[in-house]
Write a protein that binds this ligand. Structure first.
Ligand SMILES: Cc1cc2nc3c(=O)[nH]c(=O)nc-3n(C[C@H](O)[C@H](O)[C@H](O)COP(=O)(O)O)c2cc1C
Length: 320
């Protein structure tokens, strides 16, 4: 199959690791690429401030390096069309192929401007932002979007813009921005969006189990799936969805996988974060992003530990 501009091969069904601020840094992405190989991975969002930056920061430069040949999609969040376009241009100059705009984060700063999901409160500027990005991104340009700000059907008003401006795909998390993480992702809506647009739609939201992902694939017919909290709690879910691992882990396997994930992260976290306190708090951020009830007791127990050595020892005891 010829490689397209998309970050996946035509005719394949990509399973992507979601962008998660405070979680999917380069150490986490490397662990996933080397163990379960998602078909595409994302940076955490890169915040583009109103003041133009002369060049990409050294920290961001480290984060925009792909691991191996798994496509890395760099996610931007911001609201100034000029600033976003300039940031994207610099990213492209630095070798970035795939840019995604965050239109979903429900925790945007509303005082200094509408960013993330709050852009959906007033979409007046969106055509200019997207046209500016499209003009400088020769690779794939995509958005990651909630179904609407307060109205879950707002997405249908935006699809003609996304098509006209030449987006390559979109990722839909079918909750509204005001809903934050309450209730359930409405994948009946995902199905409707898939039917309403010619763009590939990647389905995201509450895909925590193999059966759920497989059913969603059949019911909504998306172009691919994106795993967030479910994939953090159980990285093997990528393989389960490909039929390469048993569909359902028992509780002993879940604990073992948790141990392997945290053990796998420790050396890298010791390298990029400073001091035991910061390393521990970053590891706990990973634990907080695992939305799986079966691990709740273990997670609470680990999060109570105050010293890195004691944490590492407790993690070690999860291994077989
Ligand atoms: C801790 C955390 C951080 C997140 N950070 C981002 C982010 O940087 N960019 C983004 O587009 N979405 C972010 N999200 C949303 C996820 O990418 C995803 O859309 C959401 O969690 C729903 O998918 P899930 O049910 O598979 O977790 C974040 C979610 C969580 C829980």
């Amino acid at each position: 199959m010829p490689q397209t501009i998309l970050p996946w091969e035509q005719g394949t069904f990509p399973l992507m690791l979601a962008p998660m601020q405070g979680v999917t840094n380069r150490i986490v992405r490397k662990l996933y690429v080397e163990s379960v190989r998602p078909d595409a991975v994302f940076t955490e969002f890169v915040r583009i401030k109103r003041e133009l930056r002369k060049r990409i920061s050294a920290a961001d430069r480290l984060e925009i390096e792909p691991v191996g040949d798994v496509p890395l999609i760099v996610q931007l969040i911001g609201y100034g069309a000029v600033e976003l376009t300039e940031a994207a241009r610099q990213m492209v100059d630095a070798g970035v192929q795939h840019i995604n705009l965050n239109l979903g984060c429900p925790f945007g700063r509303t005082t200094s401007g509408l960013t993330g999901g709050n852009v959906l409160r007033n979409t007046e500027n969106l055509p200019t932002i997207l046209a500016g990005l499209r003009a400088v991104v020769p690779g794939s340009l995509s958005v990651k979007i909630r179904s609407g700000y307060a109205d879950p059907r707002q997405i249908f008003e935006l699809l003609p813009l996304f098509e006209a401006v030449g987006l390559d795909f979109l990722i839909l998390h079918p909750r509204t921005v005001v809903q934050k993480y309450t209730g359930c992702a409405d994948h009946a809506l995902t199905r409707e969006v898939v039917q309403a647009t010619s763009l590939p739609v990647i389905a995201n939201g509450d895909i925590n189990r193999t059966a759920f992902g497989n059913k969603l694939r059949i019911d909504a017919n998306p172009a691919g799936l994106m795993l967030g909290r479910g994939g953090i709690a159980d990285p093997v879910l990528f393989q389960r969805l490909r039929g390469q691992a048993p569909a359902t882990p028992d509780s002993a396997e879940r604990r073992q996988i948790l141990g392997q994930t945290l053990t796998g992260l420790l050396p890298g976290y010791r390298e990029i974060f400073c001091g035991d306190h910061q390393i521990l708090s970053k590891l706990k951020a990973v634990l907080s992003a695992m939305g799986v009830p079966e691990l709740e007791a273990e997670i609470v127990r680990l999060k109570r530990i105050q010293k890195l050595d004691a944490f590492a020892a407790a993690v070690n005891r999860l291994l077989p």
